[in-house]
Design a protein around this ligand. Structure first.
Ligand code: ZN
Length: 135
């Protein structure tokens, strides 16, 4: 089942330009950046309590995040919930008729297994389920 909010994903044009707000103004610990090749994004994580802020910067104009930015500008892109067993959770949701973007887990940042649910399932909020590496 859903354990907690893992992170909020925020689409930005530039991590370098956005990072000082989270690190210096809000005082969140910066965890570093990572390229997630499969999603054509570079991500940066900031710690806030037991959750994270994930900044998403497209590395390619065909990235889904680049399309999001072109349509909406920068802002909240998705909400990610941590789950214990992602494969089991996807099977349960599929059986319940929830529309999935990813029917099988794929690789996200930090070696986590992730899957997106269609925004239609949640009133317009793109939802990510996330099972941490080793979790
Ligand atoms: Zn995410």
């Amino acid at each position: 089942m859903t354990k907690k909010i893992s992170h909020l994903g925020i689409a930005v044009e530039s991590i370098e330009a956005a990072a000082p707000y989270y690190r210096d103004i809000l005082g969140m610990a910066f965890e570093g950046t990572e390229v997630v090749a499969e999603q054509k994004v570079r991500v940066a994580f900031f710690v806030v309590g037991e959750s994270r802020i994930e900044l998403l910067e497209p590395t390619d104009e065909n990235s889904p995040v680049a399309r999001f930015l072109a349509k909406n500008g920068s802002g909240i892109h998705h909400v990610a919930y941590e789950v214990v067993d992602l494969a089991a959770e996807l099977a349960r949701l599929k059986a319940a008729g929830v529309r999935l973007v990813d029917e099988v887990p794929r690789l996200g940042a930090h070696g986590a297994r992730i899957a997106f649910l269609h925004p239609q399932a949640s009133g317009g909020v793109l939802t990510e389920l996330c099972q941490p590496a080793g979790g």
